[in-house]
Ligand binder design. Sequence first.
Ligand code: F6P
Length: 533
Amino acid sequence: MQKDKLSKHYPRNLPSWKKLTKNYRSNKKVKSIKSLFTTDRNRSKKLSIEVGDLFLDYSKNFIDTDTVDLFSQLASEANLSDAIERMFSGSHVNTTEDKSALHVALRSKISDKIALNQDGVSQIWPTLDAMERFVSDLHEGKIRGSTNKKITNILNIGIGGSELGSSMTVNALRSYWKGNLNYYSVSNGDQSEINCVLKKIKLDETLFLICSKSFNTIETKNNATIAKEALEVNFGKRAINKHFLGVSSSREGMTDFGIHKDKQFYISDWVGGRFSITSAMGLPLACMIGMDNFYRFLDGARLMDMHFKNASFDLNMPVILAMLSVYYTNFHNVQSQAIICYGDRLTHFTDFVRQLHMESLGKRTKIDGSPVNVNTGNVIWGGSGSDGQHSYFQLLHQGSYTIPIDFIVDAGVSDDQMDTYSLANCLAQSESLMAGMQEADPERSIDGDKPNNVILVNKLSPQSIGQLVALYEHKVFVQSIIYGINAFDQYGVELGKKIAQSLSKVISKSSRYTGKNPSTRALLSKIREYKKG
Ligand code: F6P
């Protein structure tokens, strides 16, 4: 395993980091972001990038063109080009787990020759072929349930990276759904969600897609077992073969659960959960939009991959977005960032990006084992702009924190009054957060100067969603390189899982609490009291 040596003071010791500190101080003296537009009439043109179906306007930030030059310098000094090269060639960039992170290979063409010599890469295309055969059989009505009925429901059972990507893309691409299928998804670890869905659907018309990289996640296993038992009770054991499919890197796990080998879709161990939507983990999406559209989705991601790999840093969309986050998180000391999407179809995008960022960048140790000396991942939140305007936007406008925002909006919408209004609201919020409004009465004044980016999507389509997915995947990777951390592990989530295993036994009375925590002890005793009641 290669562990890059980083200086103890990395990245603060980089000349560009020091220059950025100066640049930040001089930009702070500028009265307002608005005034930056008057001093440079070409600002909005200069501070925008178009890639494929995405147009990024990042002019409403506390930066000038010198800042952008320093961003490029920082990327060079952090050896970002080498890091990109290493990721694309299959080096073990996931240093702690000694694995590559080859999500870019998943959407590549064989002719791109991305890491062809790496284990599992040659399996990408046969797996896509298997998905294609399955999905076209499904849409042609050849896949039938145990009672020979047509399949009408897809139920995705998974959690985290094995659910968020599917649900986000399936919802975003609602207008591309094929085959009169309904989509359901269950992730929650208590029984109520799965029971609620099972009550709603006809089991003999449902495909249960059990999506779990490890096939060992308790929430997913429990939900899948409840679904399996319900099917067995109603239609017998033999129904399982017809209705259950698995997506996993554990063939053993899928087989032990009872999934027939023809219904197993394998992903390589180097596919990270939150980076997995372009792998076979996208099977629920492929079922819903058809394989032709799934290939278009992959093409969109590939387009962004190529841009990321080849564009100079100052014109590189993932690099610029990442640098803005680094800049705000470290120089402006902001603690959270909002991703706000206009248009109901993008509602789940924030949840997807939240896992991508917070599991990847929530780290405090550098890849060489030394502690980080800068702020790394921040809190990602947000959601639907339309709903947000009527709930949390007040704090964005007049609250005491500065919260940078990425606005994402489908600009290729119809001229319909409601679509137009949604688009207008996105632009209006972006402008008013930046420009503010002075009133004699301070309570009515809006300071403005709230930095934000706008990403216009030239029509929500499989291609544009693929581009958006890859944009944020690469943004996160760039941030990790600047911070010197590993974006691809998530050890922090393990401790809670371990304690929960032993506390489950205590709560179900199969063992006694032997832990030493007085708060847990008191809570357990209150739980016992409530259960008795
Ligand atoms: O607990 C966190 C996590 O491991 C995520 O990283 C992952 O996406 C999720 O759980 C689900 O894991 P799996 O796909 O193995 O079920």
